[in-house]
Design a protein around this ligand. Structure first.
Ligand SMILES: NC(=O)c1ccc[n+]([C@@H]2O[C@H](COP(=O)([O-])OP(=O)(O)OC[C@H]3O[C@@H](n4cnc5c(N)ncnc54)[C@H](OP(=O)(O)O)[C@@H]3O)[C@@H](O)[C@H]2O)c1
Length: 282
């Protein structure tokens, strides 16, 4: 039976790429941006979703301002946590699979080997805790899949690549970038394909998807400078020199072993993604 996909938060960085990818594949897609559907409005969320009769719901809506969340805990929890309860209820009423997108920030980053899906969670920030609430809420859908990912960049949103390009354009030289936080940058079109692959397999539980390979923010910035052909010098600095409101995990490399086992496909390369990004974003 063909699927009907319903995307919430379809105006965001991931949501737009996912909607575009599904449309390009000729899939039946209902893409709802925040103006079309506020997932925090329980009654509306359930009524609208059930009426559309999706077979797969992908929740790309989220409160993603990591630092601002420290001062807006109840709003972050409402959007990232409670709203997912409403989506789970809607999924159950529609008989749909609920795919909830989550984050590497559910971990505390004290490990030095890639985080497995079964590793203990211990978020360090309000944002991380709110996303963990969302993971728990998603389990209230009879059919659910949580896809954790990390360090997203895509042409339809603000992200690290754009921040570095803005600094290059402003003539900041040298650029000082933290070298003691490691993770896996992920290009949102690659993540969109991974989500589609997992959902089409009717995968359940938790899966991690992140692009290959792991690096530090410094390494990532260095690659951006190289690919743009700028002569900016990138200098490594420590997180202590760059205090921010929310504490980030020092090491949040996700193991994609289960994804690879389920799909038989290796993750794509963020460096390739970066080249594609730069060719598409003026
Ligand atoms: N960005 C990353 O590095 C990263 C890393 C790991 C995981 N993730 C997760 O990946 C997912 C997608 O992130 P993203 O980077 O694409 O975020 P994004 O660009 O901020 O997109 C999120 C979208 O959700 C919308 N939204 C906010 N509140 C809503 C509500 N109540 N109802 C409906 N829509 C609402 C936002 O609209 P407004 O902008 O108008 O508020 C925005 O369009 C999220 O679950 C995020 O937690 C992101």
């Amino acid at each position: 039976m063909p699927h009907r996909w319903l995307i919430t938060g379809a105006g965001g960085m991931l949501g737009r790429d996912l909607a575009d990818e599904l449309t390009a594949r000729g899939e039946d897609v209902v893409a709802l941006a925040k103006a079309d559907l506020d997932i925090a409005d329980a009654r509306e969320a359930i009524a609208v979703i059930v009426e559309k009769r999706p077979t797969i719901i992908v929740n790309c809506a989220a409160y993603t301002k990591v630092d601002a969340a420290e001062e807006n805990e109840s709003l972050a929890n409402a959007i990232n946590g409670s709203s997912v309860e409403f989506l789970a209820q809607a999924a159950n009423e529609a008989g749909a699979l609920l795919v909830q997108i989550s984050t590497d920030f559910v971990f505390d980053g004290t490990k030095r080997r890639p985080y497995d899906i079964n590793d203990a969670t211990h978020p360090l920030s309000v944002y991380g805790r709110s996303k963990l609430l969302g993971e728990l809420a998603a389990t209230h859908a009879e059919r659910h899949l949580v896809v954790r990912t990390s360090w997203l960049f895509g042409v339809n949103g603000h992200n690290f690549v754009e921040a570095i390009r803005n600094q290059i354009a402003k003539g900041t030289n040298p650029l000082r970038v933290v070298d003691d936080q490691r993770g896996r940058p992920t290009y949102t079109p690659h993540l969109a394909s991974a989500i589609i692959r997992l959902a089409q397999l009717d995968a359940r539980g938790i899966a991690h998807y992140a692009d290959d390979d792991e690096c530090s923010w410094f390494d990532f910035a260095h690659a951006i400078v190289e690919e743009t052909g700028a002569d900016t010098i990138v200098k490594p600095v420590s997180t202590r020199e760059f205090p921010r409101l929310a504490v980030r995990p020092a090491y949040s490399v996700l193991s994609t072993e289960r994804y690879e086992r389920l799909t038989g496909v290796r993750p794509e390369s963020w460096r390739e993604g970066l080249r594609d990004y730069l060719s598409r974003r003026a």
